[in-house]
Write a protein that binds this ligand. Sequence first.
Ligand SMILES: CC(C)(COP(=O)(O)OP(=O)(O)OC[C@H]1O[C@@H](n2cnc3c(N)ncnc32)[C@H](O)[C@@H]1OP(=O)(O)O)[C@@H](O)C(=O)NCCC(=O)NCCS
Length: 152
Amino acid sequence: MIRPMLTSDVEVVYEIESLGQTHPWTKKQFSEAVDSYQSTVIEYQNRVVGFCILQPVLDEANLLLMAVHPEMRGKGLGYQLLEASMAQLNNDPVQIFLEVRESNKAAIALYEKSGFHQIDMRKNYYPTLDGGKEHAIIMVKACSDNFADLFK
Ligand SMILES: CC(C)(COP(=O)(O)OP(=O)(O)OC[C@H]1O[C@@H](n2cnc3c(N)ncnc32)[C@H](O)[C@@H]1OP(=O)(O)O)[C@@H](O)C(=O)NCCC(=O)NCCS
């Protein structure tokens, strides 16, 4: 089941984020995301096992963050969650943007499967655990139905 994120989900969502990220969001950021963004969770056997946070901005949207619990990856849950979360955006965006670490091959492959492609790169954008930097890949997905609506 995919449903809106609630304040009561923040603890488990933070846990999933902390297992998957070198520089995780804080609980406060997740609490704010419940109110300020379109935040969704995916449940598997009545347990929250993933989340997705989208930020609608005018007629566009940004994918800010998503993750699936490490033990639940590779089962198609991330793809289902992303597709459903994008479909639920109520501003009918013309396009959706995201940034991802260049080394995050699993996420990049997921985003490509969901119709995103690379449009740019920010060099040395993200900090790494060894004190270095890594590039950010900027990707976009054109939401063709909504784009076509502009010309009706
Ligand atoms: C990225 C992430 C959300 C994918 O979730 P998932 O549930 O494992 O993904 P799915 O099982 O739905 O896979 C969907 C597609 O993603 C790609 N993919 C997923 N895991 C992959 C891996 N380890 N290597 C390569 N491609 C991978 C594949 O294209 C896959 O499609 P396929 O099964 O038809 O080949 C998950 O790996 C994760 O939580 N990572 C840590 C957090 C993160 O990096 N978030 C994104 C940046 S904010």
